[in-house]
Design a protein around this ligand. Structure first.
Ligand code: UDX
Ligand code: UDX
Length: 446
Protein backbone atom coordinates (compact mmCIF):
# COMPACT_ATOMS: atom_id res chain seq x y z
CA UNK A 1 0.00 0.00 0.00
CA UNK A 2 1.54 3.33 -1.05
CA UNK A 3 0.45 6.98 -0.71
CA UNK A 4 -0.23 8.48 -4.14
CA UNK A 5 -1.28 11.99 -5.17
CA UNK A 6 -3.01 12.69 -8.48
CA UNK A 7 -3.14 16.22 -9.89
CA UNK A 8 -6.06 16.82 -12.29
CA UNK A 9 -9.18 14.69 -12.13
CA UNK A 10 -10.30 14.67 -15.76
CA UNK A 11 -10.75 11.71 -18.10
CA UNK A 12 -7.26 10.47 -17.29
CA UNK A 13 -6.70 11.67 -13.72
CA UNK A 14 -9.94 10.44 -12.24
CA UNK A 15 -9.56 6.99 -13.77
CA UNK A 16 -5.92 6.86 -12.62
CA UNK A 17 -6.84 7.90 -9.06
CA UNK A 18 -9.77 5.47 -8.82
CA UNK A 19 -7.81 2.54 -10.23
CA UNK A 20 -4.72 3.03 -8.06
CA UNK A 21 -6.99 3.24 -4.98
CA UNK A 22 -8.76 0.07 -6.12
CA UNK A 23 -5.37 -1.63 -6.17
CA UNK A 24 -5.12 -0.92 -2.44
CA UNK A 25 -3.13 2.32 -2.43
CA UNK A 26 -4.19 5.45 -0.56
CA UNK A 27 -4.90 8.11 -3.16
CA UNK A 28 -5.58 11.80 -2.73
CA UNK A 29 -6.77 13.48 -5.92
CA UNK A 30 -6.54 17.23 -6.46
CA UNK A 31 -8.15 19.53 -8.95
CA UNK A 32 -8.07 23.32 -9.20
CA UNK A 33 -11.72 23.25 -10.29
CA UNK A 34 -13.49 23.61 -6.95
CA UNK A 35 -16.91 22.77 -8.42
CA UNK A 36 -15.52 19.54 -9.81
CA UNK A 37 -14.04 18.55 -6.43
CA UNK A 38 -17.21 19.54 -4.55
CA UNK A 39 -19.23 17.41 -6.98
CA UNK A 40 -16.92 14.43 -6.51
CA UNK A 41 -17.27 14.76 -2.73
CA UNK A 42 -21.04 14.46 -3.29
CA UNK A 43 -20.46 11.38 -5.45
CA UNK A 44 -21.15 13.22 -8.72
CA UNK A 45 -18.95 12.23 -11.66
CA UNK A 46 -17.62 15.12 -13.84
CA UNK A 47 -17.34 12.80 -16.82
CA UNK A 48 -19.16 9.77 -18.26
CA UNK A 49 -16.95 6.68 -18.14
CA UNK A 50 -18.62 3.24 -17.77
CA UNK A 51 -18.01 1.77 -14.32
CA UNK A 52 -16.28 4.85 -12.94
CA UNK A 53 -19.01 5.98 -10.54
CA UNK A 54 -19.12 2.70 -8.65
CA UNK A 55 -15.32 2.37 -8.69
CA UNK A 56 -14.95 5.83 -7.14
CA UNK A 57 -17.78 5.21 -4.65
CA UNK A 58 -16.37 1.90 -3.47
CA UNK A 59 -12.91 3.33 -2.85
CA UNK A 60 -14.16 6.55 -1.23
CA UNK A 61 -16.27 4.40 1.12
CA UNK A 62 -13.21 2.26 1.88
CA UNK A 63 -11.29 5.42 2.80
CA UNK A 64 -8.68 4.83 0.08
CA UNK A 65 -9.69 7.74 -2.15
CA UNK A 66 -10.16 11.37 -1.13
CA UNK A 67 -10.51 14.62 -3.08
CA UNK A 68 -9.04 18.02 -2.34
CA UNK A 69 -8.20 21.41 -3.84
CA UNK A 70 -5.26 21.92 -1.47
CA UNK A 71 -1.79 21.03 -2.69
CA UNK A 72 -0.57 20.93 0.94
CA UNK A 73 -3.11 18.23 1.78
CA UNK A 74 -2.61 16.47 -1.53
CA UNK A 75 1.15 16.04 -1.15
CA UNK A 76 1.32 15.33 2.60
CA UNK A 77 3.14 11.98 3.20
CA UNK A 78 2.92 11.13 -0.52
CA UNK A 79 5.71 9.17 -2.20
CA UNK A 80 4.31 9.65 -5.73
CA UNK A 81 2.50 12.46 -7.50
CA UNK A 82 0.93 11.89 -10.94
CA UNK A 83 0.43 14.94 -13.15
CA UNK A 84 -2.77 14.35 -15.14
CA UNK A 85 -3.74 17.89 -16.14
CA UNK A 86 -4.86 18.63 -19.70
CA UNK A 87 -2.33 19.36 -22.44
CA UNK A 88 -4.52 20.86 -25.18
CA UNK A 89 -3.21 21.97 -28.59
CA UNK A 90 -1.93 25.50 -28.83
CA UNK A 91 -2.79 27.50 -31.96
CA UNK A 92 0.43 26.51 -33.76
CA UNK A 93 -0.19 22.81 -33.04
CA UNK A 94 2.30 22.59 -30.21
CA UNK A 95 1.04 21.20 -26.91
CA UNK A 96 -0.03 23.94 -24.49
CA UNK A 97 1.84 23.09 -21.27
CA UNK A 98 0.59 25.92 -19.10
CA UNK A 99 -1.34 23.52 -16.86
CA UNK A 100 1.66 21.20 -16.52
CA UNK A 101 3.78 24.19 -15.57
CA UNK A 102 1.23 25.36 -12.98
CA UNK A 103 1.04 21.87 -11.49
CA UNK A 104 4.84 21.47 -11.37
CA UNK A 105 5.22 24.85 -9.64
CA UNK A 106 2.52 24.05 -7.08
CA UNK A 107 4.12 20.67 -6.40
CA UNK A 108 7.50 22.36 -5.83
CA UNK A 109 6.02 24.97 -3.51
CA UNK A 110 4.07 22.47 -1.43
CA UNK A 111 6.19 19.32 -1.28
CA UNK A 112 7.44 18.59 2.22
CA UNK A 113 9.51 15.44 1.58
CA UNK A 114 11.28 13.60 -1.28
CA UNK A 115 8.82 12.86 -4.08
CA UNK A 116 8.61 10.97 -7.35
CA UNK A 117 6.90 13.24 -9.89
CA UNK A 118 5.22 11.26 -12.68
CA UNK A 119 4.02 12.78 -15.97
CA UNK A 120 0.90 10.84 -16.96
CA UNK A 121 -0.41 13.56 -19.30
CA UNK A 122 0.76 13.36 -22.89
CA UNK A 123 3.63 15.84 -23.11
CA UNK A 124 6.11 16.69 -25.88
CA UNK A 125 9.48 14.96 -25.88
CA UNK A 126 11.75 16.78 -23.45
CA UNK A 127 9.00 17.92 -21.09
CA UNK A 128 10.29 15.67 -18.29
CA UNK A 129 13.58 17.59 -18.26
CA UNK A 130 11.65 20.87 -18.30
CA UNK A 131 9.44 19.81 -15.36
CA UNK A 132 12.60 19.02 -13.38
CA UNK A 133 13.93 22.52 -14.06
CA UNK A 134 10.65 24.12 -13.01
CA UNK A 135 10.55 22.21 -9.73
CA UNK A 136 14.19 22.95 -8.91
CA UNK A 137 13.56 26.63 -9.58
CA UNK A 138 10.32 26.87 -7.64
CA UNK A 139 11.44 25.03 -4.49
CA UNK A 140 11.98 27.36 -1.53
CA UNK A 141 14.52 24.88 -0.19
CA UNK A 142 16.04 21.89 -2.06
CA UNK A 143 14.11 18.67 -1.45
CA UNK A 144 14.97 15.53 -3.42
CA UNK A 145 12.65 14.62 -6.28
CA UNK A 146 12.82 12.46 -9.39
CA UNK A 147 10.81 12.84 -12.61
CA UNK A 148 9.34 9.77 -14.33
CA UNK A 149 7.33 9.65 -17.55
CA UNK A 150 4.42 7.19 -17.39
CA UNK A 151 2.22 7.93 -20.42
CA UNK A 152 -1.43 6.83 -20.45
CA UNK A 153 -2.87 4.50 -23.09
CA UNK A 154 -6.51 4.77 -21.99
CA UNK A 155 -9.33 4.76 -24.55
CA UNK A 156 -12.37 6.71 -23.46
CA UNK A 157 -15.27 4.34 -22.93
CA UNK A 158 -12.97 1.51 -21.86
CA UNK A 159 -10.51 3.49 -19.69
CA UNK A 160 -10.88 1.36 -16.54
CA UNK A 161 -10.32 -1.90 -18.44
CA UNK A 162 -7.41 -0.31 -20.30
CA UNK A 163 -5.87 0.82 -16.99
CA UNK A 164 -6.37 -2.53 -15.24
CA UNK A 165 -5.28 -4.68 -18.20
CA UNK A 166 -2.75 -2.62 -20.15
CA UNK A 167 -0.81 -4.14 -23.05
CA UNK A 168 2.26 -2.61 -21.42
CA UNK A 169 3.32 -0.04 -18.86
CA UNK A 170 5.88 2.44 -20.19
CA UNK A 171 8.22 4.21 -17.75
CA UNK A 172 10.95 6.69 -18.55
CA UNK A 173 13.42 8.33 -16.18
CA UNK A 174 17.02 9.41 -15.75
CA UNK A 175 16.91 7.69 -12.33
CA UNK A 176 16.48 3.94 -12.53
CA UNK A 177 15.61 3.52 -8.84
CA UNK A 178 12.74 6.03 -9.22
CA UNK A 179 11.49 4.10 -12.27
CA UNK A 180 11.75 0.86 -10.25
CA UNK A 181 9.53 2.33 -7.52
CA UNK A 182 6.90 3.36 -10.08
CA UNK A 183 7.21 -0.09 -11.65
CA UNK A 184 6.32 -1.58 -8.24
CA UNK A 185 3.01 0.34 -8.33
CA UNK A 186 2.17 -1.34 -11.64
CA UNK A 187 3.14 -4.94 -10.76
CA UNK A 188 -0.47 -5.94 -9.86
CA UNK A 189 -1.49 -5.13 -13.47
CA UNK A 190 0.55 -8.12 -14.64
CA UNK A 191 1.62 -6.46 -17.88
CA UNK A 192 5.10 -6.04 -19.35
CA UNK A 193 6.85 -2.94 -17.99
CA UNK A 194 9.07 -1.09 -20.47
CA UNK A 195 11.67 0.98 -18.63
CA UNK A 196 13.66 3.47 -20.67
CA UNK A 197 14.78 7.09 -20.52
CA UNK A 198 12.45 10.11 -20.27
CA UNK A 199 12.54 11.20 -23.91
CA UNK A 200 12.11 7.70 -25.28
CA UNK A 201 9.08 7.09 -23.04
CA UNK A 202 7.53 10.40 -24.12
CA UNK A 203 8.17 9.46 -27.75
CA UNK A 204 6.64 5.98 -27.35
CA UNK A 205 3.36 7.68 -26.46
CA UNK A 206 3.37 10.05 -29.44
CA UNK A 207 4.56 7.43 -31.90
CA UNK A 208 1.86 5.01 -30.67
CA UNK A 209 -0.98 7.52 -31.06
CA UNK A 210 0.37 8.78 -34.37
CA UNK A 211 0.59 5.22 -35.70
CA UNK A 212 -3.01 4.48 -34.65
CA UNK A 213 -4.15 7.69 -36.34
CA UNK A 214 -2.18 6.67 -39.44
CA UNK A 215 -4.02 3.34 -39.54
CA UNK A 216 -7.32 5.21 -39.45
CA UNK A 217 -6.42 7.62 -42.24
CA UNK A 218 -5.05 4.69 -44.22
CA UNK A 219 -8.27 2.67 -44.03
CA UNK A 220 -10.31 5.77 -44.79
CA UNK A 221 -8.30 6.30 -47.97
CA UNK A 222 -8.72 2.62 -48.86
CA UNK A 223 -12.46 3.01 -48.25
CA UNK A 224 -12.73 5.79 -50.82
CA UNK A 225 -10.83 3.68 -53.36
CA UNK A 226 -12.98 0.62 -52.57
CA UNK A 227 -16.12 2.61 -53.28
CA UNK A 228 -14.91 3.50 -56.75
CA UNK A 229 -13.69 -0.02 -57.46
CA UNK A 230 -16.75 -1.87 -56.10
CA UNK A 231 -15.00 -3.53 -53.15
CA UNK A 232 -16.33 -3.55 -49.56
CA UNK A 233 -13.81 -1.97 -47.18
CA UNK A 234 -15.26 -3.79 -44.14
CA UNK A 235 -14.44 -7.08 -45.82
CA UNK A 236 -11.11 -5.78 -47.08
CA UNK A 237 -10.21 -4.88 -43.48
CA UNK A 238 -11.35 -8.30 -42.28
CA UNK A 239 -9.14 -9.99 -44.85
CA UNK A 240 -6.17 -7.75 -44.01
CA UNK A 241 -6.52 -8.21 -40.26
CA UNK A 242 -5.55 -11.89 -40.25
CA UNK A 243 -1.98 -10.79 -40.88
CA UNK A 244 -0.50 -10.20 -37.39
CA UNK A 245 1.75 -7.55 -38.90
CA UNK A 246 -1.39 -5.57 -39.70
CA UNK A 247 -3.78 -6.70 -36.94
CA UNK A 248 -7.54 -6.50 -37.11
CA UNK A 249 -8.04 -3.47 -34.85
CA UNK A 250 -8.26 0.15 -35.91
CA UNK A 251 -9.27 -0.61 -39.47
CA UNK A 252 -12.83 0.75 -39.26
CA UNK A 253 -13.41 3.30 -41.98
CA UNK A 254 -15.65 6.19 -41.01
CA UNK A 255 -15.67 9.89 -40.25
CA UNK A 256 -12.01 10.06 -39.28
CA UNK A 257 -10.54 10.32 -35.81
CA UNK A 258 -11.62 12.93 -33.26
CA UNK A 259 -11.38 13.20 -29.51
CA UNK A 260 -8.90 14.88 -27.18
CA UNK A 261 -5.88 12.80 -28.15
CA UNK A 262 -5.26 11.82 -31.75
CA UNK A 263 -5.88 15.25 -33.29
CA UNK A 264 -3.69 17.07 -30.77
CA UNK A 265 -1.01 14.37 -30.54
CA UNK A 266 -0.45 14.03 -34.29
CA UNK A 267 -0.30 17.82 -34.57
CA UNK A 268 2.14 18.08 -31.66
CA UNK A 269 4.42 15.38 -33.10
CA UNK A 270 4.45 17.08 -36.50
CA UNK A 271 5.24 20.35 -34.75
CA UNK A 272 8.16 18.78 -32.86
CA UNK A 273 9.49 17.32 -36.13
CA UNK A 274 9.33 20.67 -37.90
CA UNK A 275 10.96 22.40 -34.94
CA UNK A 276 13.86 20.02 -35.53
CA UNK A 277 13.96 20.68 -39.26
CA UNK A 278 12.22 17.47 -40.37
CA UNK A 279 9.27 17.54 -42.78
CA UNK A 280 6.68 15.14 -41.31
CA UNK A 281 5.28 14.07 -44.71
CA UNK A 282 3.42 10.98 -43.46
CA UNK A 283 1.94 12.81 -40.44
CA UNK A 284 0.86 15.73 -42.62
CA UNK A 285 -0.90 13.33 -45.00
CA UNK A 286 -2.60 11.60 -42.07
CA UNK A 287 -3.95 14.96 -40.90
CA UNK A 288 -4.98 16.02 -44.41
CA UNK A 289 -6.92 12.80 -45.06
CA UNK A 290 -8.59 13.14 -41.67
CA UNK A 291 -9.52 16.78 -42.13
CA UNK A 292 -11.48 16.03 -45.32
CA UNK A 293 -13.75 13.32 -43.88
CA UNK A 294 -16.40 15.51 -42.29
CA UNK A 295 -16.90 17.78 -45.29
CA UNK A 296 -17.03 14.66 -47.46
CA UNK A 297 -19.99 13.40 -45.45
CA UNK A 298 -22.00 16.56 -46.09
CA UNK A 299 -21.19 16.46 -49.81
CA UNK A 300 -22.20 12.81 -49.90
CA UNK A 301 -25.51 13.70 -48.28
CA UNK A 302 -26.11 16.46 -50.82
CA UNK A 303 -25.50 13.94 -53.62
CA UNK A 304 -28.04 11.60 -52.04
CA UNK A 305 -30.71 14.07 -50.90
CA UNK A 306 -30.23 17.02 -53.23
CA UNK A 307 -30.41 20.59 -51.96
CA UNK A 308 -30.39 20.48 -48.14
CA UNK A 309 -31.97 23.92 -47.71
CA UNK A 310 -35.10 23.57 -45.57
CA UNK A 311 -34.57 19.83 -45.08
CA UNK A 312 -34.60 18.16 -41.65
CA UNK A 313 -31.48 16.10 -40.97
CA UNK A 314 -31.12 13.87 -37.88
CA UNK A 315 -27.72 13.03 -36.38
CA UNK A 316 -27.62 9.61 -34.72
CA UNK A 317 -24.94 10.27 -32.11
CA UNK A 318 -22.95 13.37 -31.11
CA UNK A 319 -19.98 12.15 -28.95
CA UNK A 320 -16.65 11.71 -30.78
CA UNK A 321 -16.97 7.93 -30.30
CA UNK A 322 -19.33 5.50 -28.56
CA UNK A 323 -19.40 4.97 -24.79
CA UNK A 324 -18.34 8.50 -23.88
CA UNK A 325 -19.87 11.97 -23.41
CA UNK A 326 -16.71 13.64 -24.72
CA UNK A 327 -17.42 16.16 -27.46
CA UNK A 328 -13.81 17.26 -27.96
CA UNK A 329 -13.14 17.40 -31.72
CA UNK A 330 -16.28 15.34 -32.35
CA UNK A 331 -17.18 14.98 -36.06
CA UNK A 332 -20.79 15.86 -35.17
CA UNK A 333 -19.76 19.48 -34.50
CA UNK A 334 -18.33 20.10 -37.97
CA UNK A 335 -21.11 18.13 -39.65
CA UNK A 336 -23.88 20.02 -37.79
CA UNK A 337 -22.30 23.37 -38.62
CA UNK A 338 -21.88 22.48 -42.29
CA UNK A 339 -25.51 21.31 -42.50
CA UNK A 340 -26.75 24.53 -40.89
CA UNK A 341 -24.75 26.50 -43.46
CA UNK A 342 -26.67 24.59 -46.16
CA UNK A 343 -29.91 25.80 -44.59
CA UNK A 344 -30.85 22.43 -43.11
CA UNK A 345 -32.71 22.03 -39.83
CA UNK A 346 -30.41 19.89 -37.69
CA UNK A 347 -31.71 17.56 -34.97
CA UNK A 348 -29.76 15.00 -32.94
CA UNK A 349 -29.98 12.21 -30.41
CA UNK A 350 -27.12 10.84 -28.30
CA UNK A 351 -27.75 8.52 -25.32
CA UNK A 352 -25.12 10.25 -23.18
CA UNK A 353 -23.51 13.34 -24.74
CA UNK A 354 -26.49 15.68 -25.31
CA UNK A 355 -25.89 17.74 -22.16
CA UNK A 356 -22.23 18.22 -23.08
CA UNK A 357 -23.23 18.97 -26.69
CA UNK A 358 -25.91 21.60 -25.90
CA UNK A 359 -23.31 24.27 -25.07
CA UNK A 360 -21.33 23.59 -28.24
CA UNK A 361 -24.31 23.13 -30.60
CA UNK A 362 -26.99 25.54 -29.35
CA UNK A 363 -28.88 25.49 -32.69
CA UNK A 364 -29.20 21.70 -32.81
CA UNK A 365 -32.57 20.41 -31.55
CA UNK A 366 -32.18 17.43 -29.21
CA UNK A 367 -34.55 14.47 -29.59
CA UNK A 368 -35.55 12.10 -26.82
CA UNK A 369 -34.59 8.97 -28.72
CA UNK A 370 -33.70 7.66 -32.18
CA UNK A 371 -37.33 7.11 -33.16
CA UNK A 372 -38.40 10.64 -32.25
CA UNK A 373 -35.35 11.87 -34.14
CA UNK A 374 -36.51 10.01 -37.26
CA UNK A 375 -40.02 11.51 -37.25
CA UNK A 376 -40.33 13.66 -40.35
CA UNK A 377 -36.61 13.54 -41.08
CA UNK A 378 -35.45 13.83 -44.67
CA UNK A 379 -32.25 11.95 -43.77
CA UNK A 380 -30.41 10.41 -40.84
CA UNK A 381 -26.62 10.34 -40.47
CA UNK A 382 -25.00 7.74 -38.21
CA UNK A 383 -22.30 9.82 -36.52
CA UNK A 384 -21.50 7.79 -33.38
CA UNK A 385 -21.52 4.01 -33.24
CA UNK A 386 -23.62 3.59 -30.06
CA UNK A 387 -24.70 -0.03 -29.60
CA UNK A 388 -28.36 0.97 -29.25
CA UNK A 389 -28.36 2.22 -32.85
CA UNK A 390 -27.32 -1.19 -34.15
CA UNK A 391 -30.62 -2.94 -33.44
CA UNK A 392 -33.18 -0.23 -34.08
CA UNK A 393 -36.54 -1.26 -35.55
CA UNK A 394 -35.58 -0.19 -39.06
CA UNK A 395 -39.10 -0.53 -40.53
CA UNK A 396 -40.41 1.76 -37.81
CA UNK A 397 -37.60 4.20 -38.55
CA UNK A 398 -38.30 4.05 -42.28
CA UNK A 399 -42.03 4.57 -41.91
CA UNK A 400 -41.65 7.65 -39.70
CA UNK A 401 -39.12 9.45 -41.89
CA UNK A 402 -40.20 11.84 -44.61
CA UNK A 403 -37.51 10.25 -46.82
CA UNK A 404 -36.07 6.79 -45.92
CA UNK A 405 -32.49 7.98 -46.41
CA UNK A 406 -29.60 6.92 -44.17
CA UNK A 407 -25.95 7.92 -44.48
CA UNK A 408 -24.06 5.50 -42.26
CA UNK A 409 -20.82 7.19 -41.18
CA UNK A 410 -19.84 4.20 -39.04
CA UNK A 411 -20.90 1.26 -41.25
CA UNK A 412 -23.13 -0.14 -38.50
CA UNK A 413 -25.79 -1.39 -40.96
CA UNK A 414 -25.73 -3.99 -43.77
CA UNK A 415 -26.13 -2.38 -47.20
CA UNK A 416 -28.07 -5.34 -48.62
CA UNK A 417 -30.54 -5.33 -45.73
CA UNK A 418 -31.03 -1.57 -45.99
CA UNK A 419 -31.71 -1.81 -49.73
CA UNK A 420 -34.21 -4.62 -49.17
CA UNK A 421 -36.01 -2.44 -46.63
CA UNK A 422 -36.31 0.32 -49.20
CA UNK A 423 -33.81 2.77 -47.74
CA UNK A 424 -31.66 5.01 -49.85
CA UNK A 425 -28.53 3.93 -48.03
CA UNK A 426 -24.83 4.67 -48.19
CA UNK A 427 -22.07 3.52 -45.88
CA UNK A 428 -18.38 4.34 -46.10
CA UNK A 429 -16.31 2.34 -48.54
CA UNK A 430 -19.06 -0.22 -49.10
CA UNK A 431 -18.34 -0.64 -52.80
CA UNK A 432 -21.19 -2.42 -54.53
CA UNK A 433 -20.76 -4.53 -57.59
CA UNK A 434 -24.37 -5.59 -58.02
CA UNK A 435 -24.28 -9.09 -56.63
CA UNK A 436 -23.40 -8.97 -52.93
CA UNK A 437 -22.52 -12.15 -51.13
CA UNK A 438 -21.77 -12.09 -47.42
CA UNK A 439 -18.09 -12.60 -46.60
CA UNK A 440 -17.30 -16.13 -45.41
CA UNK A 441 -14.35 -17.20 -43.27
CA UNK A 442 -13.75 -20.96 -42.95
CA UNK A 443 -11.61 -21.65 -39.87
CA UNK A 444 -9.77 -24.58 -41.47
CA UNK A 445 -7.57 -24.37 -38.35
CA UNK A 446 -4.30 -26.29 -38.71
C1 UDX B 1 -5.62 13.91 -20.36
C2 UDX B 1 -4.14 14.21 -20.48
O1 UDX B 1 -3.81 15.25 -19.62
C3 UDX B 1 -3.85 14.60 -21.90
O2 UDX B 1 -2.46 14.83 -22.07
C4 UDX B 1 -4.23 13.45 -22.74
O3 UDX B 1 -3.75 13.60 -24.05
C5 UDX B 1 -5.72 13.37 -22.70
O4 UDX B 1 -6.11 13.07 -21.39
P1 UDX B 1 -7.79 14.88 -19.86
O5 UDX B 1 -7.82 14.05 -18.64
O6 UDX B 1 -8.69 14.50 -20.99
O7 UDX B 1 -6.32 15.04 -20.43
O8 UDX B 1 -7.98 16.38 -19.46
P2 UDX B 1 -9.27 17.01 -18.84
O9 UDX B 1 -10.41 16.07 -18.95
O10 UDX B 1 -9.34 18.36 -19.42
O11 UDX B 1 -8.89 17.09 -17.28
C6 UDX B 1 -7.83 17.86 -16.85
C7 UDX B 1 -8.16 18.25 -15.40
O12 UDX B 1 -7.03 18.91 -14.83
C8 UDX B 1 -9.34 19.20 -15.31
O13 UDX B 1 -10.26 18.72 -14.36
C9 UDX B 1 -8.71 20.51 -14.82
O14 UDX B 1 -9.55 21.25 -13.95
C10 UDX B 1 -7.50 20.00 -14.05
N1 UDX B 1 -6.44 20.97 -13.89
C11 UDX B 1 -6.08 21.78 -14.92
C12 UDX B 1 -5.78 21.05 -12.64
O15 UDX B 1 -6.13 20.35 -11.72
N2 UDX B 1 -4.77 21.94 -12.49
C13 UDX B 1 -4.39 22.79 -13.49
O16 UDX B 1 -3.48 23.59 -13.28
C14 UDX B 1 -5.07 22.71 -14.74
C1 UDX C 1 -6.93 7.04 -28.07
C2 UDX C 1 -5.97 5.87 -27.99
O1 UDX C 1 -6.63 4.68 -28.43
C3 UDX C 1 -5.48 5.67 -26.56
O2 UDX C 1 -4.54 4.64 -26.50
C4 UDX C 1 -4.84 6.99 -26.10
O3 UDX C 1 -4.37 6.87 -24.77
C5 UDX C 1 -5.83 8.11 -26.17
O4 UDX C 1 -6.32 8.24 -27.53
P1 UDX C 1 -9.46 7.53 -27.58
O5 UDX C 1 -9.17 8.76 -28.39
O6 UDX C 1 -10.13 7.66 -26.27
O7 UDX C 1 -8.06 6.72 -27.31
O8 UDX C 1 -10.39 6.55 -28.46
P2 UDX C 1 -10.12 5.53 -29.65
O9 UDX C 1 -11.04 4.39 -29.45
O10 UDX C 1 -8.69 5.27 -29.83
O11 UDX C 1 -10.66 6.35 -30.96
C6 UDX C 1 -9.95 7.47 -31.37
C7 UDX C 1 -10.66 8.03 -32.60
O12 UDX C 1 -10.45 7.18 -33.73
C8 UDX C 1 -12.17 8.15 -32.44
O13 UDX C 1 -12.61 9.33 -33.09
C9 UDX C 1 -12.70 6.93 -33.18
O14 UDX C 1 -14.00 7.15 -33.70
C10 UDX C 1 -11.69 6.80 -34.30
N1 UDX C 1 -11.52 5.44 -34.81
C11 UDX C 1 -11.01 4.47 -33.99
C12 UDX C 1 -11.82 5.18 -36.14
O15 UDX C 1 -12.28 6.06 -36.86
N2 UDX C 1 -11.62 3.92 -36.63
C13 UDX C 1 -11.10 2.92 -35.85
O16 UDX C 1 -10.95 1.80 -36.34
C14 UDX C 1 -10.81 3.20 -34.49
Amino acid sequence: MRKISVIGVGYVGLVTAACFSDLGNTVIALDVDEKRIAGLKRGEMPIYEPGLKELVQRNVNAGRLVFTTSYQDALKDSEFVFICVGTPSAVDGDADLKYVEAAAKSIAENMQAPLIVINKSTVPVGTGDWVAEIITEAQSKPIDFWVVSCPEFLREGSAIADFMSPHRTVLGSLHREAADKVAQLHLPLRAPIVITDLRTAEMIKYASNAFLATKISFINEIADICESLGADVKEVAAGMGFDPRIGKHFLEAGLGYGGSCFPKDVKALAFMAEEMGHEPRVLNSVMTVNSLRRGMMVNRLKNMAGDLNGKTIGLLGLAFKWNTDDMRDAPSVDIAEALSKEGARVRAFDPVAMDAAKEILPKVEMAKDAYELAEGADALIVVTEWNEFKNLDLERLRDSMRQPLILDGRNIYLPEQMRRLGFTYQGIGRGYNGIKTEIEVRPNAA
